[in-house]
Design a protein around this ligand. Structure first.
Ligand SMILES: *Cc1c(COP(=O)(O)O)cnc(C)c1O
Length: 419
């Protein structure tokens, strides 16, 4: 796992003291290092393109901040979008619709119409969606999401590719569905599958690519359609624990591209990393507001809760925690790091040894860039927090903190209740 520099007991992030970023912008605050973000994109792009032309479709549900999307647009990214909101947000950041591929599930007719108007690519999830799309237009290049019968992930909640999953055209229906699309007059260009999220081994990727390559050939021999691209989804995991090693991207790239080149005439590969691009680029800074010795347990009470970062409460996810202003101090005791939400399930970390936490300390939660801010909520009527971008010693606000007044902005009290 990635750790950070230590300057006389102060954690350094993006060339700045993390505690000073917290002082300047307030807490809680998500802070992204632009250089780490660019480095992650370049590492995965180069790993694959060394072997064959490969499009990196950043799965933007991991983090849709417009500044982050703008940085990735400069890098030349493609986008994997799962809603019309994500398509339009990516376009707002300057990414052209041809570089955005929409992969939805249970897509409404209204959403299909809106998607067609944007000009983005559509990766169709079901036979129903295909028939409904054909009523709107057939003048659009298509691909299909197939249920590959291969699942992976850090939690059962995020496994998407197993047999019987709600996602994709069932494997046994795949060839017929391609034939039907051809009959309807569509130009069918690609095939896609996504097994799940957060795996650290190469097998799910090679397994799903094997499955897709077999299908590419079946589709060609049975329908005459020669597919141009194969997209094997996202799900590349990131180590969240200090002793965990990161996945060897060059090995994944070599093994995957070898299968595709050996077995098919596919010209372009695509993959959809979300977590891998943004996860370790961002920390969440939160301030210790209360320290409590509750007998069998000691608590560090902080100003971020599961409204700010839901992953520990929702998936039992592990996030590494450090005190940014006591970065080199010896740890003294075990604490739970808990937030201000009125539920016992509101925690950020369990049983962490920390150096004598005190009120005012700045706690850094690592690996907060993926599914952090995007899953935050207003629960307990707490405004969404700020986001900051740091780059080689400079910091800029990229999202203002929400105000209390903004919590009320769409609510209506009927006149008769005001009397
Ligand atoms: C969520 C998702 C991804 C990205 O998953 P990560 O684990 O963040 O890499 C890719 N493709 C699809 C279709 C997804 O739904």
């Amino acid at each position: 796992m990635r750790d950070f520099e230590n300057d006389h007991g102060m954690m350094i992030f993006g060339g700045m003291k993390a505690a000073e970023i917290a002082d300047r912008f307030g807490t809680p605050v998500y802070v992204t290092d632009e250089q780490i973000l660019r480095g992650n994109y370049r590492r995965i792009h180069q790993a694959f393109n060394k072997y064959m032309p490969t499009e990196i479709h950043y799965a933007c549900k991991a983090n849709t901040n417009l500044a982050i999307l703008s940085i990735l647009n400069q890098e030349g990214t493609h986008i994997d979008a799962v809603s019309i909101g994500e398509v339009l947000t990516s376009m707002k950041a300057g990414i052209p619709p041809e570089r955005i591929m929409y992969t939805g599930v249970n897509v409404s007719d209204a959403e299909l119409k809106a998607l067609v108007e944007t000009g983005c690519r559509i990766n169709v999830d079901s036979e129903s969606e295909l028939e409904r799309l054909a009523k709107i237009t057939t003048d659009i290049p298509l691909s299909f999401r197939i249920t590959p019968g291969v699942a992976s992930g850090h939690s059962a909640k995020v496994m998407t590719g197993g047999k019987g999953a709600k996602f994709g055209v069932p494997f046994s229906r795949a060839v017929d569905t391609y034939a039907r699309a051809k009959d309807l007059g569509f130009e069918v260009k690609g095939i896609h599958a996504h097994t799940g999220s957060g795996g650290l081994s190469t097998e799910p990727f090679t397994d799903v690519v094997e499955v897709l390559c077999g299908l590419v050939n079946d589709i060609e021999s049975e329908t005459g359609i020669q597919l141009e691209f194969l997209d094997f989804g996202g799900g590349i995991g990131v180590p969240y624990k200090m002793q965990e090693e990161e996945i060897d991207m060059d090995e994944v790239a070599m093994e995957v591209t070898e299968i595709v080149k050996d077995e098919t005439k596919i010209k372009t590969l695509a993959l959809e990393p979300g977590r891998y691009i943004v996860c370790d680029s961002t920390i969440l800074l939160t301030r210790c507001v209360d320290v409590k010795d509750a007998g069998p347990k000691k608590y560090v009470g902080v100003d971020a809760g599961f409204n700010t970062l839901i992953r520990p409460a929702f998936y039992d996810s592990y996030h590494y925690v450090a005190i940014a202003n006591k970065f080199n101090k010896a740890c003294t005791a075990k604490y739970d790091v808990v937030g201000p939400i009125c539920e016992t399930g509101d925690y950020l970390a369990h049983d962490r040894v920390l150096p004598d936490p005190e009120e005012g300390d700045v706690i850094a939660i690592y690996n907060a860039g993926a599914y952090g801010f995007t899953m935050s909520s207003n629960y307990n009527s707490r405004p969404l927090c700020a986001e900051v971008l740091v780059n080689e010693g400079e910091a800029e606000l990229i999202r203002e903190p929400e105000t209390i007044e903004e919590l009320w902005r769409h609510q209506i009290i009927p006149e008769r209740l005001r009397r």
